[in-house]
Design a protein around this ligand. Structure first.
Ligand SMILES: Nc1ncnc2c1ncn2[C@@H]1O[C@H](COP(=O)(O)OP(=O)(O)OP(=O)(O)O)[C@@H](O)[C@H]1O
Ligand SMILES: [Mg+2]
Length: 244
């Protein structure tokens, strides 16, 4: 589905990603893990077109998408959510999803509120994501967890084939994490969306991912199935700490 080919990225003299290569398989859930500052968000920003790499290629279904604008990359079927949710706080949950749908379809907010098509699209996503209880609630009155789910729903409104999620459970109380895991699984299975996400909670990763990629200081240190990751001494040492 997605190939990362020999990607390098520096900020000034600091090398954030170094000759990184791996694949994200179609129809599966792949997790990108690693300590703070490993380069996970930087890689997502390169894939989604928010940053340009110095070197290497990003290939989506055999098409080189390196350096294309975020808007074009979104239109090619890559949706994403951010580590810090970017929502319209005064609008309701449904209005936020409609806004995402409208922007995706190249329209302006002028049509906002009267566009029946975007309303139907939003209703369908609300249904799939099981968000109907909060549909008409302004985002400011929603919990942080609902905000993170809403961000996934907004990414869904862009009709992605591949969904990048940067820490979908960050800042969420443990009691709400299971709910998000279920929804992500559902997306992958029922909607046939390939999921590629970053995460710090290792138990979450093990329960959901079929492939794990581990980064440390911008370098790939492991690529494989979760079970092998847990057995790898490199992963244990670098990701879980020397005493693990
Ligand atoms: N715009 C920038 N300018 C300078 N340095 C940056 C910039 N963005 C990221 N970095 C640096 O690049 C490194 C990788 O950052 P990145 O945010 O990709 O890590 P991460 O793996 O997502 O970490 P976290 O788990 O904390 O989210 C860090 O050392 C960070 O300080
Ligand atoms: Mg990050």
């Amino acid at each position: 589905m997605l190939q990362i080919k020999d990607i390098s990225k520096s900020f000034e003299k600091f090398l954030a990603l170094s000759n990184l290569s791996f694949d994200v398989p179609e129809g599966k859930i792949t997790a990108l893990i690693g300590p703070n500052g490993a380069g996970k968000s930087t890689l997502f920003n390169i894939i989604s077109g928010h940053l340009r790499p110095e070197k290497g290629k990003i290939v989506l279904k055999n098409k080189d998408i390196t350096g294309l604008s975020p808007h074009i990359i979104s239109s090619l079927g890559i949706g994403r959510t951010f580590q810090i949710p970017s929502l319209f706080p005064k609008l309701t949950v449904k209005e936020n999803i409609m806004a995402a749908y409208i922007v995706r379809n190249g329209k302006t907010f002028k049509f906002f509120g009267i566009d029946r098509k975007s309303e139907m699209a939003a209703d369908s996503i609300i249904d799939k994501m099981n968000l109907s209880e909060v549909s008409n609630t302004p985002v400011t009155s929603c919990s942080y967890g609902v905000g993170k789910e809403l961000e996934i729903a907004m990414a869904m409104a862009t009709n992605p084939k591949l969904l990048l999620m940067d820490e979908p459970t960050a800042g969420i109380p443990k009691t709400e994490v299971g709910n998000i895991i279920e929804k992500i699984k559902l997306l992958c299975e029922l909607e046939h969306i390939t999921v590629f996400f970053t995460e710090h909670d290792i138990s979450f990763v093990l329960s959901i991912a079929s492939k794990i990629v581990v980064l440390n200081q911008g370098e790939l240190i492991f690529e494989g199935v979760p079970k092998e990751a847990m057995e790898s001494s490199d992963v244990k040492e670098i990701y879980l700490g020397k005493d693990a």
